[in-house]
Design a protein around this ligand. Structure first.
Ligand SMILES: C[S@@+](CC[C@H](N)C(=O)[O-])C[C@H]1O[C@@H](n2cnc3c(N)ncnc32)[C@H](O)[C@@H]1O
Length: 203
């Protein structure tokens, strides 16, 4: 499928997440970037990073994506919008593990996560299926995050009111972060929530 979203020309293959309310919630809540290093985990079509990279051209954008079709879509969409960003096909931060100079490298980490409490059956379902608590991917993400985020860095994490939020918030605290809900979108009985995390030694 081809579409134009916020002036971005996007090719979105059928196995890739089509930007939706959760993507827009994330993109619209990141403000005032200057020359930060930004990592988007799970870039999908690339919409969020491309929207922000276009708005804040001095920031450096990096994307990781587990779905190789989505990683290629992010690359292709960056190229066709003449936007520079680095895209790596990787399970969370794994591709950075061998590179010591990538430790605590990022100022900002973004993740519109697979947050729904359902099981994963295929490439596309990996975009939303987060297992029994909606946290199968978010918990390993939170465990690794302190190693890749600068001490004064922050993280924007999208989840849902259907996610196990009590478990999420206790994991966030256990990993050494303070958090607040920065914004939300209500969709019928579900709310999409944008959490803002900051290492608690810096507040
Ligand atoms: C809800 S979609 C968001 C896509 C895009 N960021 C957006 O907002 O439109 C979640 C994305 O995370 C990716 N993903 C799921 N598990 C992942 C993992 N372990 N490592 C990296 N990416 C992952 C999925 O393939 C999917 O593209």
């Amino acid at each position: 499928m081809h579409k134009v979203v916020d002036g971005l020309s996007l090719d979105i293959p059928s196995d890739v997440y089509d930007p939706a309310e959760d993507s827009f919630l994330l993109a619209e809540n990141v403000h005032d970037l200057t020359n930060e290093k930004v990592l988007e985990v799970g870039s999908g079509s690339g919409y969020v990073s491309l929207y922000l990279a276009k708005k804040f051209p001095r920031a450096d954008f990096f994307c990781v994506e587990i779905n190789h079709i989505a990683a290629n879509a992010t690359k292709k969409n960056a190229k066709q919008n003449s936007i520079n960003l680095e895209v790596i096909c990787s399970d969370l931060f794994n591709s950075f593990l061998a590179k010591e100079n990538n430790m605590q490298f990022f100022d900002i980490v973004l993740f519109n996560s697979p947050y729904l409490p359902v099981k994963d059956f295929g490439l596309l379902e990996q975009a939303w299926a987060g297992g029994i608590d909606g946290l199968d991917v978010v918990i390993p993400f939170l465990k690794a995050l302190p190693f890749f985020l600068k001490n004064n860095g922050c993280c924007y994490l999208v989840v849902s009111s259907k996610t196990n939020l009590a478990l999420l918030e206790s994991m966030i605290e256990y990993q050494g972060f303070n958090c607040l809900i920065k914004d939300k979108v209500v969709e019928g009985k579900e709310s999409i929530l944008l959490y803002y995390l900051k290492k608690n030694n810096t507040e």
